[in-house]
Design a protein around this ligand. Sequence first.
Ligand code: RP5
Length: 163
Amino acid sequence: MNSNPLIGIIMGSDSDWTIMQAAADFLKEQNIPYEATIVSAHRTPHRMMEYATSAHLRGIKVIIAGAGGAAHLPGMVASISPLPIIGVPVKSSNSIDGWDSILSILQMPNGVPVATVALNAAKNAAILALQILATSDVSLQQKVISYKEKLTDEVMEKVKRFS
Ligand code: RP5
């Protein structure tokens, strides 16, 4: 958690944190200020409204929203907030097999997009959020480039072990 956060990580329940923590870890690693909190579309609908209407006014640039089961949080926040919303489907205790969470987040109506990442892929959500910020910031773009180089280097190390 930081002052002047640029990225908001929200989740439907504290039980989502085991998955969503990967997004926070990546942002911490990259030195990107973020905030993380619980906002439930079903259990705290007024808090959700408040968060979605005010996040951009507080300087948040991208929202990462994770939820499981009947995962309405990302879509409902996207219906209110002008910010780009990245949805993380969580395979939660109330999810049948993960598909319910995926489809609840993915199948948004025209006009209200949610950029949906893979099941439990909170780290990818954080990378995408960084890439969105990086479109208007060269130093952040360098972080993305360095991260991609690191991915390549890791694979090339493995390639060496196979030869
Ligand atoms: C969803 O229900 C939450 O996002 C979570 O994935 C799931 C289960 O919540 P808990 O019952 O563990 O609080 O709304």
